[in-house]
Design a protein. Sequence first.
Length: 162
Amino acid sequence: EERLAKLAAEVLDTAPEQAVVPDAVAGAASGGDGAAVRAWLARAGQVDATWESGSVGGISLLMIAARRGHEGLVEELLARGAAVDLRDSHGRTALMAAADADRPAVVRLLLRAGAGLEAREKSGKRAIDYARAKGGSAVADLEEAAAAAGATGAAAAAGAAG
């Protein structure tokens, strides 16, 4: 209740079509508080608005929810049109965040939404690289999706050649 009041006050003090995620909203997304995120979006927020944390900018609500494993919030943000392959200032995507945090259910949601498997962040890492480094269960989902994408790409190439 108090958090929603604080969030509402913060939203009312901002311009319409807000493209910057306030700290309170980023905290709500991190905590999986869909009601607070919805309230901000309904009042002034953009689904692809971004937040800054230390030296990293361009962090979307989808990235925050994906890293924390909040499946319901990820689904809702995607349904509202969140850009699945938006990148932060280091070039990381929501899929990379979910893979790095070993959130296999969120990885599957993002893959179904069309998240790019081959996207690379500034140091060259892909989501699969993050997952392999963690050694978690998201690796299998990413490898399966990569194999399926390879088969689809090979079939498309064969069709174009034939």
